[in-house]
Design a protein around this ligand. Structure first.
Ligand code: FAD
Length: 234
């Protein structure tokens, strides 16, 4: 009987041509951190070996959906190269990746590719940070806040659900309920003269663009002082 190979489509072919390394991660544990937020622990399959880890580092996971695999970005949480383990935190919604995570059990495996993640803290150190995101970027934001230590940080987070406000954040944050432009408006309302600050933004595509504009126009940050990346498409 012919085996049906799962196709990774065009993106997968391009990544293969670029010789992206492929790894197999194995689920070892589940922690339901909130009703809409799940942390999975993985044996990393060598993914962390001989690799420098940076704040906000993310990988591409390949989620099965019938015959196809869909690639989605996810952030490394507590990567431990010596133990070859890593966690991933999933904001839960109705999507292929989120559904896979909700059903994942110890022993389940998933393919991973390391390609495209590159971030370093700005040098010289800025006077402070303005950090804007939601539960999808919370793992990255926590790794960023860990890395900047005691540097002043203004953190704005969008809550999709009331319980999101209880999720662990490394630094006091202003939570804003997801409601149209409420997050963008809150960031704009708190504007101060901040040309010496660094902005880090990761929300849905529309909010990311709008917040980045606010940081440039209302906070006076230079374009190069704002790292903005859409984490999901609304
Ligand atoms: C660099 C990078 C790092 C990321 N790290 C993480 C991470 O650590 N944890 C994490 O949870 N996400 C992370 N994301 C976001 C994640 O990749 C997206 O949310 C992705 O779209 C989820 O795929 P899905 O198959 O579940 O949903 P999709 O099939 O992409 O979308 C299905 C539906 O759900 C909606 N949707 C998608 N994502 C969200 C969301 N977060 N909230 C509400 N609605 C949504 C879409 O608009 C669509 O209507 C990261 C993204 C990037 C680019």
């Amino acid at each position: 009987m012919a085996t049906v190979r799962q196709s990774r489509g065009f993106a997968g072919a391009v990544l293969k041509l670029m010789r992206a390394g492929d790894y197999e991660l194995t689920v070892t544990d589940r922690h339901q951190i909130g009703p809409h937020y799940l942390r999975l622990s993985f044996a990393a399959g060598g993914l962390l070996a001989d690799r420098a880890v940076h704040p906000t580092m993310w990988i591409r996971l390949w989620f099965p959906d019938g015959e196809r695999l869909h690639q989605r970005g996810y952030t490394l949480v507590d990567p431990d190269p010596a133990a070859d383990t890593v966690d991933v935190e999933f904001a839960l919604h109705d999507g292929v990746a989120a559904r896979w995570a909700q059903q994942a059990e110890p022993g389940d495996t998933i393919e991973a590719t390391v390609l495209g993640s590159n971030f370093a803290l700005p040098t010289p150190a800025p006077a402070g940070y303005v950090v804007v995101g939601d539960t999808a970027s919370l793992p990255a934001i926590n790794s960023l806040l860990d890395a900047i230590g005691d540097a002043p940080a203004h953190v704005f987070l969008e809550a999709a659900h009331a319980e999101d406000r209880l999720l662990p954040v490394r630094h006091p944050a202003t939570w804003v309920d997801r409601d149209g432009d409420a997050l963008v408006d809150a960031v704009a309302a708190a504007a101060f003269d901040a040309p010496d600050h660094f902005g880090w933004v990761a929300c849905d595509n529309r909010a990311t663009r709008a917040v980045a504009r606010v940081l440039r126009d209302d906070y006076g940050m230079a374009r190069r002082s704002v790292k903005a990346q859409a984490y999901w498409v609304a």
